[in-house]
Design a protein around this ligand. Structure first.
Ligand code: HEM
Length: 396
């Protein structure tokens, strides 16, 4: 193995890390890993996990050394080859084809009113379910699904279709156990998305409506890439806003003093950004080295599959004081929850508008006395994707 410097440390192996423990609560594991080195070889996940902030940030900014186009990518198998698994200039061409669909002007002119309408629909559903209802199932999940469905332009699909497609495609991208049932479900969803797109494309060609499918369809993007990008955006655009809504509500209900400040000073943006730092909805994403190289004084051979653990980077004590606690008053430093570099989340404005401007302030205004259900505590899980799974709530 040749490296750029000979003084670099070798990457240690952490054979004690196991997937069920990561799923249940990854943070003590990240702490222990970070204490000995910013990068470890973790056999259970067949990758080197990068757990330090500086190392993660350096990697996401440098596609020359760290490619998003990893070999044997499960995402490519589940969804096709989208821009998320391409480097520039190929990635850049496809990202430009997204045009202004997910950007502030379109959100203000077209989508914010849709998010408000969807908010009213699903707030009513939560209310109808009555005190003790699960805020994730009755509100956050269908709200995120219906917002995404409209922005994507899949008028022939239901929010339930979107939820099923998103979950099964994501399960495929994480199917390290090679479970045939998981592949079958992902393949079925992939076919259903293709059929829905095939039906909508001619409709949108005749009557363009500013949706993503309408804009990508008119962009000249080859059909294979168009399908892969739509599937990637279905997989990437639903869970994260759902989890951001539910996890922020949960964090605020667990910290009534901070909730009081947020309500008094309308600090929804701080509540949301601190939630993303504290529990990044996308906890890990992959990269692969294109050559022998070195990061944070550690030698990484060419072809190494890396997991950039932003869930761990966001709690690095070198960057954030008392990083394990949720604290809306901490000095604002950039978290890495939206990624960085050329793959910085294309949906960050959609997320900020639908969660910060619409869902959070309205939920707390429309459900006075919103509180946790002491008899049925919230459940939380995941590490590649992490969030509140169920959130039973009461209100006055
Ligand atoms: C709180 C909510 C969200 C979070 C935390 C989040 C996080 C991320 C992260 C970390 C990446 C980069 C992954 C990588 O480099 O491998 C990413 C990319 C992306 N996200 Fe999001 N996301 C959110 C919401 C959304 C929404 C609502 C949409 C769509 C409407 C969306 C669409 C995308 C797309 C298309 C990419 C690929 C960008 C590219 O390859 O250039 N995201 N997101």
């Amino acid at each position: 193995m040749t490296t750029e410097t000979t003084a670099a440390r070798e990457i240690p192996t952490a054979e004690w890390v196991e997937i069920p423990a990561l799923y249940a609560d990854p943070y003590p594991i990240y702490q222990r890993l970070r204490e000995s080195a910013p990068i470890h070889w973790v056999p259970a996940v067949d990758r080197c996990l990068v757990v330090g902030y500086e190392a993660s940030h350096e990697i996401e900014l440098d596609q020359e050394r760290f490619s998003a186009d990893e070999e044997q990518s499960l995402m490519k198998r589940a969804m096709g080859h989208s821009m998320l698994r391409k480097d520039d200039p190929e990635h850049d061409l496809e990202r430009k084809a997204y045009g202004g669909v997910l950007r502030p002007k379109a959100i203000k002119q077209q989508w914010e009113a849709v998010f408000e309408r969807n908010y009213r629909t699903y707030a009513e559903r939560l209310r109808a379910a009555g005190p003790g209802a699960d805020l994730v199932a009755e509100f956050a999940a269908p709200y995120a699904a219906e917002n995404l469905r409209t922005v994507l332009g899949l008028d022939n699909a239901s929010p339930e279709d979107l939820q099923r497609w998103s979950q099964t495609l994501i399960d495929g991208t994480g199917n390290y156990a090679d479970d045939p049932g998981v592949w079958a479900a992902a393949e079925r969803s992939s076919r259903e998305v293709d059929e829905a797109m095939d039906e909508m494309l001619p409709v949108l060609r005749d009557k363009p409506d500013g949706s993503l499918l309408s804009v990508l369809g008119a962009s000249g993007m080859p059909l294979e890439a168009l399908r892969a990008n739509m599937k990637m955006t279905i997989g990437g655009g639903l869970n994260e806003p759902r989890d951001a809504v539910a996890t922020t509500v949960w964090a605020l209900l667990k910290h009534p003093d901070q909730l009081a400040t947020v309500l008094a000073q309308s600090r929804w943006q701080d509540a949301f950004e601190e939630c993303l730092r504290w529990t990044a909805p996308i906890g890990m994403y992959p990269r692969q080295t294109t050559r022998d190289t070195e990061v944070a004084g550690m030698a990484i051979p060419r072809g190494t599959r890396l997991g950039i653990v932003i869930g761990a980077a966001n709690r690095d004590p070198e960057v954030f004081d008392d990083p394990e606690s949720y604290d809306i008053d901490r000095p604002r430093k950039p978290h890495l929850a939206f990624g960085g570099g050329n793959h910085f989340c294309a949906g960050a404005w959609v997320a900020r508008t639908s969660v910060v401007r619409v869902a959070l302030p309205r939920l707390f205004a429309d459900f006075p006395g919103l509180r946790l259900d002491p008899a049925h505590p919230a459940t939380v899980g995941g590490w590649v994707f992490r969030g509140v799974l169920t959130l039973p709530v009461h209100w006055d």
